[in-house]
Design a protein around this ligand. Structure first.
Ligand code: AVI
Length: 320
């Protein structure tokens, strides 16, 4: 069997980006670090474990929707498209679309370099008819995909409600900026978590096996390893709660005691109970997301939800 080579381009975010973000975020009030830094190799693997947790309904609900609407997505898009997956991770969900959609090219875009290369290599092995590209890029900054063919309708796929990890204004800017990559006849299939009973949300981000806590605390392991921080993970605790007014889950690392840590030679003091805000995960009603899509320059062609109204998937067309 011949395996298609994976065409690779793009630059991983520089480690200085991590250093700068951490030093700036820990100097701010309240302290914060961007959730994009969760995804080193271990963080990406832990996120895969989260997706299999019984409490983390998002993956199952979205998989259920994609299984049901793959045919319609293929019909709306047509054959021989260029499929671009944003935040591709393990490139698992895209497999639900590939056989039905039959794109000619697949481009995986992710921030985690090793994880990206492992998963695209596996994908190229499993789909020998598909031309597979990989771009290591940070979605927060404009990225180049100069190796993509010019012909073929472009369809972006942004599953998993990752758009919810951006502030709504940033999400609008990201989706709006994506339009130039997609072109005039481009489209976007995007998965978005719905607002729901806060108890269900709370359980999803405070799983009983403690995997989400490990995922959150892994940021401190990265601080130690990559920035030489003298931080003890055991001196911080995972906290996640639903902020009803903001419509978002917030994840924090809570200092268990008054302490001082040094990162790259800079000292930061923590009061007992003081937190580092590590992630927001916004939840949207369909009406709220339609408004966001409209403001970003898309028209909503389809809205799908699962039977229990846990999750939503949208087919958005670039508005002309
Ligand atoms: C990747 N992102 C959509 C996940 C979420 O649900 O916000 C990350 C995550 N954080 C904790 N659990 C999962």
């Amino acid at each position: 069997m011949t395996i298609q080579p994976v065409l690779i381009y793009g630059e991983a975010p520089e480690s200085s980006d991590f250093r700068y973000n951490v030093l700036r975020g820990l100097s701010a009030q309240p302290k914060h670090i961007s959730p994009k830094f969760f995804y080193d190799r271990r963080g990406s693997a832990l996120f895969e474990d989260i997706c299999r947790l019984p409490e983390y309904y998002l993956t199952r609900a979205e998989t259920d929707i994609l299984n049901r609407c793959a045919r319609e997505i293929a019909k709306l898009t047509g054959p021989d498209s260029v499929l671009i997956e944003l935040g591709s991770g393990a490139s698992r969900k895209v497999r639900l679309l590939l056989e039905t959609l039959r794109p000619s090219v697949y481009l995986a875009v992710d921030i985690s370099r090793e994880f990206l290369f492992d998963s695209t290599r596996r994908l190229a092995r499993d789909y020998p008819w598909l031309e597979v590209h990989a771009a290591c890029a940070d979605l927060c900054t404009p990225f180049s995909v100069s190796g993509l063919p010019q012909e073929g309708r472009r369809l972006a796929f942004y599953p998993g409600s990752s758009v919810g990890n951006f502030e709504p204004g940033e999400a609008r800017a990201l989706l709006s900026g994506l339009r130039s990559l997609l072109g005039r006849d481009g489209a976007l299939v995007i998965g978005v978590d719905l607002k729901k009973d806060p108890a269900i949300l709370h359980a999803a981000y405070n799983d009983s096996a403690g995997i989400t806590a490990m995922f959150n605390l892994n940021l401190l392991v990265r601080l130690r390893r990559e920035l030489g921080a003298d931080v003890d993970s055991a001196a911080f605790a995972h906290d996640a709660f639903y902020n009803q007014a903001a419509g978002r889950i917030e994840m924090h690392l809570v200092s268990r005691k008054a302490q001082r840590i040094r990162v790259d030679g800079v000292a930061f003091t923590f009061a007992e109970g003081e937190t580092i805000h590590t992630e927001s995960s916004y939840k949207y009603t369909p009406a709220e997301f339609h408004a966001l899509a409209d403001a970003a320059g898309y028209s909503v062609e389809r809205t799908w939800t699962d039977a229990d109204q846990m999750f939503s998937v949208y087919y958005l067309r670039v508005a002309t």
